[in-house]
Design a binder for this molecule. Sequence first.
Ligand code: FES
Length: 92
Amino acid sequence: MESNKIPLTLNYLGESHRLQIVHGQYHSLMSLIADYLAIPGFGLCCGMGSCGTCVVQIASPYSQVKRNVMACGILVNDELANMVILIPDKIY
Ligand code: FES
């Protein structure tokens, strides 16, 4: 049975935030993070993948692989299901 929610985890400042996101609720991972966490300066930049202030890591719970991404260019869809989003302590 297919769920209408996307389970994922945001990790920021040593805390894990487990979320269930409704499909279509957010256009990008950046807008989701900006909505859930009060991170000064996050989500207030270009939104077009050119300034680099929204860099986060996406980690699969099934492997050790982490990849750096621009959160503004990542769609919130089933590809993020069960992923852990690692947000750096300092946003530049
Ligand atoms: S907000 Fe500028 S690269 Fe994402």
